[in-house]
Design a protein around this ligand. Structure first.
Ligand SMILES: Cc1cc2nc3c(=O)[nH]c(=O)nc-3n(C[C@H](O)[C@H](O)[C@H](O)COP(=O)(O)O)c2cc1C
Length: 410
């Protein structure tokens, strides 16, 4: 049997779906929607550029299921069929060049920038740590009725994604957003059937998955992005994560992407990674090695991969089936072609630092700086690896401030 490498194709069991290679462009929120939260020409150009760049599977940035629950200004929202034609154009761009294109669907819960929504909601009315409170608004606990409505919204958005021509959906259950808040005993202290034991904390994700499956049918792939752990005291642990993945496997999940951390603890960007982890590049490799002993669901491992040697090693060792790349794809959209043609073996990507510790220790500066690279690609410009992080921060404050204060409150 030949050893899998990044260039090997992958057939998704029971779905008759073939990925042309093992490279996945992980979700990156574009922040480039129109005033009505719809895909724009620039977003369509961005995804065409990525599809031309050779990746096997493209995953959109998080698309919100409700325009009253944005995570950031200019998120894309898919909640009714009225504007489906624009989503069809987007799907067409992302599926060109024999590329699979999944829509990531999300509800931010309380992890929403201050001023973006009138009211933030969460499983329980528990604020973030004090140093993050300046960025996020106060929140209130969801009622049971609202929880049921959100589950149905996830299902409607997934169904519309299928109608538009996306070849799959990914439920965002990682990084501290609403589903991740439900999974965490730190953020979910409900006393009803939605909180308490891990069985109860998992119920929200389980019902979302089942509601989506009922609408999209058995042949349409559904993935989940999930944390290995939140890395927070009294938070979602590796044991919880393993439980959730085993249960999702029983329910019939097709693909699981592993990440970790939240904006409180930015492990997703490798903050505080151990030297032994840095050497093997991928931040959550040890975790997927353990997972492979308990699950047969195909895995995407995301976070830290930069060189083809580390990617191929992770694949041949059997620790993962796919390699997820985000920041490299924001700087080098044709990186998959280069990797596959063996034209590059090493990529230098420096940490993004403003010199202001209370900014640099969180994930927000990485989002801001890389987001502006996406905007450049969308405009048809080349990326700018030397772009100043301070300038990126000022631009975002200016842009978001303008968005928020120009009657964009919803
Ligand atoms: C600008 C930007 C936006 C992101 N938006 C999302 C998102 O919408 N959904 C998501 O699951 N992860 C998001 N991420 C996290 C990435 O998908 C990925 O998990 C993380 O960047 C680590 O992978 P990397 O080392 O290849 O960058 C974002 C990352 C960046 C840099």
């Amino acid at each position: 049997m030949t050893q899998p490498s990044i260039s090997a194709s992958y057939m998704l069991k029971n779905k008759n779906i073939n990925f042309k290679n093992r490279i996945v462009k992980s979700a990156m929120s574009e922040g480039m929607a129109s005033e009505n939260y719809l895909p724009t020409d620039n977003i369509i150009r961005l995804y065409k550029t990525w599809a031309d760049g050779g990746v096997g599977l493209l995953i959109t940035g998080n698309v919100m299921i409700d325009r009253k629950a944005l995570g950031e200004p200019r998120n894309i929202v898919l909640e009714d069929s009225e504007d489906i034609d624009l989503f069809k154009k987007w799907a067409e761009a992302g599926t060109s060049n024999n590329t699979h294109f999944f829509m990531q669907i999300n509800h931010p819960g309380k992890q929403v920038l201050k001023g973006v929504v009138k009211e933030a909601v969460a499983p329980s009315a528990i604020p973030f740590k004090s140093d993050l409170q300046r960025f996020f608004p106060k929140c209130r606990a969801l009622s049971c009725e609202e929880i049921e409505e959100i589950i149905q919204r996830f299902a409607s958005t997934a169904e519309l994604a299928k109608v538009a021509g996306f070849t799959g959906v990914q439920i965002h259950a990682a990084h501290g957003y609403l589903i991740s808040q439900f999974l965490s005993p730190r953020h979910n202290q409900r006393k009803d059937k939605w909180g308490g034991t891990i069985e109860n904390r998992f119920r929200f994700l389980s019902e979302i998955y089942q509601a989506i499956r009922a609408r999209v049918g058995d042949d349409f792939p559904i993935g989940v992005k999930i944390n290995s752990s939140d890395f927070m005291k009294a938070g979602f642990t590796e044991e919880d994560s393993q439980f959730v993945i085993s249960e999702l496997e029983k329910l019939g999940i097709d693909l699981i992407e592993i990440s970790g951390g939240t904006y409180e603890k930015a492990a997703l960007f490798g903050k505080d990674a151990k030297p032994s982890t840095v050497k093997r590049e991928a931040y959550f490799l040890e975790y997927t090695e353990k997972l492979k002993e308990i699950t047969n669901v195909p895995l995407i491992l995301t976070g830290g991969f930069r060189t083809s040697s580390a990617m191929n090693e992770a694949l041949t060792s059997g620790a993962t089936d796919f390699i997820g790349l985000a920041r490299p794809m924001a700087l080098y959209p044709d990186y998959p072609n280069k990797l596959l043609e063996n034209k590059v073996s090493n990529l230098s990507i420096k940490p993004v630092k403003t010199g202001l510790p209370f900014i640099d220790n969180k994930g927000l500066i990485e989002l801001t700086w890389y987001n502006q690279q996406l905007v450049r690609i969308g405009k048809g410009k080349s990326t700018k690896p030397t772009f100043s992080p301070i300038l990126a921060l000022l631009l975002t404050i200016f842009k978001n401030g303008k968005e928020i204060f120009e009657k964009r409150r919803v």
